[in-house]
Design a protein around this ligand. Structure first.
Ligand code: MRU
Length: 344
């Protein structure tokens, strides 16, 4: 599956694989403006921290093409606004802010070199962000598989939450990059994918990615994980991350913290696989990470069908924070990191 293009940019045109309708339909949508890209990111047509960073970088390229700017100052004004709009689309995943920031820095460097050169340089920058992620995924896979081998040389069962796969990065994935590498190394027996309420990225996306490559995968309700751990059915947990604070506290899809607690209780290693672009050394700890609050309909409805009574109040926080002390190690493209301070 990971050969399916998640984000495609060709001759000034941006296409996104519409992840909202997977795995039932494989359809691409063309994104014609920066504001349409921000809306697609917010509505999760594209999702997963690295993928929204890459989509944001290409959206930046679209924004530069939106008008004929008479002076560099006009262009910069437009791009300040466009960047702010993109970053606001999803506030927790720092990769979006990081990628748009990189694009903005590049624009600053080339802003006086004429519009054609500016367009080329920005497209090159977006492509390099995307290519770097593909490479980082492979490295995380290598390091992660080595770490898993130390737990069990074969017959390993790994649990993952949400989707930190090809769909979330455009490469092999972070957590699923590790799982793919473990599969290639013949270590892996089973992947347990938790469904990931309310948007079901585990059920819809992770299971689809794994099953289409012949990797044995079992879907479980989020709330079954602790019981499987207690019965010795899970040897390790590997998830992705949306932002890792300077002290190692990690924001990831809601439910990650509960899995980490259960893993700790049962002495099961809990790994976070994430590229360096997910580390945010400017944010000291988890409490300082802005958590995206999404609409109640995601919880009160399934596929547009109401399942909860009218008028019910809802908390729909898209991410939770797992404290650093519950994380066995971080699998990065630079190796296995036990303490985030090693990276600073
Ligand atoms: O709301 P989503 O689907 O964008 O959330 C995705 C996750 O929580 C992933 O685990 C995270 O972004 C890492 S993706 C490599």
């Amino acid at each position: 599956m990971h050969k399916v293009r998640v984000i495609e940019y060709k001759n000034g045109r941006l296409f996104l694989l519409d992840q909202r309708i997977l795995p039932l339909r494989i359809e691409y949508i063309e994104i014609k403006s920066c504001s349409a890209a921000a809306a697609a990111i917010k509505d999760m047509a594209v999702r997963g921290a690295p993928a929204i960073g890459i989509a944001g970088a290409y959206a930046y390229c679209l924004a530069v093409r939106e008008k004929n700017f008479s002076a560099p100052a006009d262009l910069m004004k437009h791009m300040n606004k466009s960047s702010a709009m993109l970053i606001k689309a999803r506030p927790t995943a720092v990769n979006l802010k990081w990628a748009v920031g990189k694009m903005h820095k590049k624009l600053f460097e080339v802003k006086n070199q004429g519009i054609e050169k500016i367009k080329t340089e920005l497209e090159r920058e977006a492509e390099s962000i995307m290519n770097a992620q593909v490479k980082a995924d492979l490295k995380m896979g290598e390091y992660g598989a080595e770490a898993l081998k130390k737990i069990k040389k074969s017959g390993l069962s790994v649990m993952t939450h949400c989707n930190a796969g090809a769909l979330a990065t455009g490469g092999e994935g972070t957590a699923l990059g590790v799982i793919r590498a473990a599969y290639r190394n013949d270590i892996l027996e089973m992947v347990y994918a938790s469904e990931t309420r309310p948007r079901l990225q585990g059920a819809r996306l992770t299971c689809w990615e794994l099953i289409s490559e012949g990797i044995a995968c079992t879907l479980i309700c989020d709330s079954l994980a602790a019981s499987l751990m207690k019965r010795g059915m899970i040897d390790a947990v590997v998830t992705g991350a949306d932002r890792i604070a300077a002290n190692g506290d990690t924001a990831n899809k809601t439910g990650t913290y509960a899995h980490a607690l259960a893993a700790k209780q049962h002495g099961i290693p809990f790994y976070i696989a994430a590229p360096l672009s997910t580390f945010d050394f400017d944010t000291p700890c988890g409490e300082e990470i802005e958590i995206e609050y999404r609409n109640a309909g995601e919880v009160t409805e399934i596929n547009g069908k109401r399942i909860a009574p009218e008028g019910i109040s809802v908390i729909n926080e898209a991410f939770d924070i797992t404290p650093a002390k519950m994380i066995s190690a971080y699998i990065t493209e630079r190796g296995i990191i036990k303490n985030v301070r090693q990276l600073q």
